[in-house]
Design a protein around this ligand. Structure first.
Ligand SMILES: Cc1cc2nc3c(=O)[nH]c(=O)nc-3n(C[C@H](O)[C@H](O)[C@H](O)COP(=O)(O)OP(=O)(O)OC[C@H]3O[C@@H](n4cnc5c(N)ncnc54)[C@H](O)[C@@H]3O)c2cc1C
Length: 467
């Protein structure tokens, strides 16, 4: 039996290599500058770090990859714990369960599950961390088939403010288990999660690109298809202004393009033929309307899906915005196109509409604080400062798209899509906010983790949470 003191990793201060390593973030536009930082590679190291933060009067913050750093509150009076996986992803193929140590990125989960004919509810990027994504709901590449990824969580291991290591599930602590899944953070440092995987015999996945000038013909067709699309299909359309880079095919950086990508899943048995037909019903009419510049849709296994959306693997500076939208109809599609395509210059590298509905729209019976999304599309827009435009130009274009889409704005948000600290989370109703606060008051009465509560997720002021 070890005590936390035997394991306390030294706190690193600004300028030290260990500080730079622990504060590395994906979004270079939003560096984090905590009072001290530490990389924890085991539950013991997490406990030791919490103990020392308390002793020094620091708050505690936690991250893994920094994909969400633009939504993190300032950390100047806090210790930042960066989690590194303590071991590999464990798969129980019989129960279809994965145990994922904190710090693990989705790519590793997909690779561990695939040999068993199983898939995980990961998002568009294999380098996103599993824990942050799951705690925020998680909008998967398979989202319409699986529902929100948080609904697949079966147990969460965490260290709470008192230094206790807990394993929380629906039986052991239903309230904390509820709050952890979408309740807005601030409950402790998660050290591992267990999730349910799902069987997959194959997928049809890929991306097709057309000149953006064709978008006015193609996008209404796609929108109409979303009204009757099968749950096995989850897609996204993006207006993209791609830079000239060695990894970007020249045909895609020559001008603005429209991209349609996604996954049609064959969930088991002999469903591959059906998935092929379903993908054809979406793609063939669009291919007939206009020849794609590039078309990578193909039959594959789940290992191919993390590459479909072609998210940047390396850190980049990003400024963006997000809305959850109701049904757009043709008028909403026209408004989106007017604000993104019909203009001489775009400061947005990407303006995306992700298809919701299907399994996402049904409240799951045993879900956490966030179990479904009552919206038809998730909009996100993003620009790369210095590449597509200045900060001001990107923000102005974001505001313009927001104004154009305002008639269809639900006023809600998907936590993992919120792009900045200035845009509070809007996924919880008032009762849920109060219920999450009650759980926090129980597990963190002194507010050690209060700086980690996402704006809009607590009725109590998180002021003083410059921690
Ligand atoms: C390129 C890109 C693609 C993306 N694609 C998708 C997508 O398809 N679907 C989707 O839903 N989202 C997507 N996201 C958003 C992503 O899911 C969120 O940013 C998510 O929060 C990232 O989790 P992380 O742990 O990697 O990030 P981090 O920034 O490291 O952590 C984010 C937050 O999670 C919490 N957290 C992390 N680790 C722990 C822990 N061990 N204990 C307690 N709390 C913890 C903390 O509150 C932390 O502030 C994408 C983001 C990017 C940049």
């Amino acid at each position: 039996m070890t005590t936390p003191d035997e394991h306390h990793p030294d706190f690193a201060r600004r300028g030290q290599a260990a500080y730079e390593a622990a504060t590395r973030v994906f979004n270079l536009f939003a560096p984090v500058t905590p009072a001290a930082a530490v990389t924890a590679r085991s539950t013991e190291e997490v406990r030791a770090a919490i103990t020392r933060a308390r002793a020094r009067g620091l708050g505690v913050r936690v991250h893994a990859t920094g994909h969400a750093c633009a939504t993190a509150r300032p950390m100047r009076d806090a210790l930042l714990i960066r989690t590194e996986p303590a071991g590999d992803v464990g798969i129980d193929p019989r129960r279809r369960i994965a145990r994922i140590p904190a710090g693990t990125r989705w790519g590793a989960v997909v690779e561990a599950a695939a040999p068993h004919g199983l898939a995980a509810p990961h998002g568009s990027s294999p380098t996103v961390g599993a824990v942050g994504y799951l705690l925020g709901g998680g909008l998967s590449m398979y989202a319409r088939h699986t529902g929100l990824a948080a609904n697949s969580v079966r147990a969460i291991e965490l260290v709470t403010a008192d230094g206790e290591q807990r394993r929380v599930d629906a039986d052991s602590d239903p309230e904390l288990f509820w709050a952890l899944r979408g309740g807005g953070g601030g409950f402790g440092v998660v050290t591992a999660v267990e999730i349910a995987l799902f069987p997959v015999t194959g997928v049809v996945t890929g991306a097709a690109f057309w000149p953006a000038a064709q978008a006015a013909r193609l996008l209404p067709r796609w929108r109409a298809w979303t009204e009757r699309a099968p749950r096995e299909a989850t897609t996204s359309v993006r207006v993209m202004n791609l830079p000239e880079l060695p990894e970007v095919p020249a045909v895609l950086s020559a001008g603005p393009v429209l991209c349609l990508d996604g996954v049609v899943v064959a969930p088991g048995g002999d469903a591959t033929g059906r998935a092929r037909r379903q993908a054809g019903e979406l793609l063939d009419p669009l291919r007939a309307l206009a020849d794609p510049l590039m078309d990578t849709w193909h039959e594959a296994g789940p290992l191919a899906v993390p590459e479909t959306h072609m998210d940047p693997p390396e850190p980049v500076p990003v400024l963006g915005d997000h809305l959850l939208l109701r049904e757009l109809g043709d008028e909403g599609v026209a408004a989106f196109l007017h604000a993104t395509v019909d203009r001489p210059h775009s400061a947005l590298t990407v303006a995306e509409l992700r298809q919701l509905g299907g399994g996402l729209s049904t409240p799951a019976p045993d879900s956490g604080a966030l179990g479904h999304l009552d919206a038809r599309f998730a909009y996100s827009g993003a620009g790369v400062p210095g590449a597509g435009g200045t900060d001001g130009e990107i923000l102005a274009h974001c505001a313009e798209v927001r104004r154009a889409l305002s008639p269809w704005d639900t006023g809600r948000t998907a936590p993992t899509f919120v792009a900045s600290l200035e845009q509070p989370q809007g996924h919880l109703d008032a009762d849920a906010v109060l219920a999450a606060d009650r759980v926090r008051a129980r597990v963190d009465p002194e507010g050690l983790f209060r700086g980690d509560i996402a704006p809009g997720c607590s009725a109590a002021s998180a002021a003083g949470s410059a921690r």
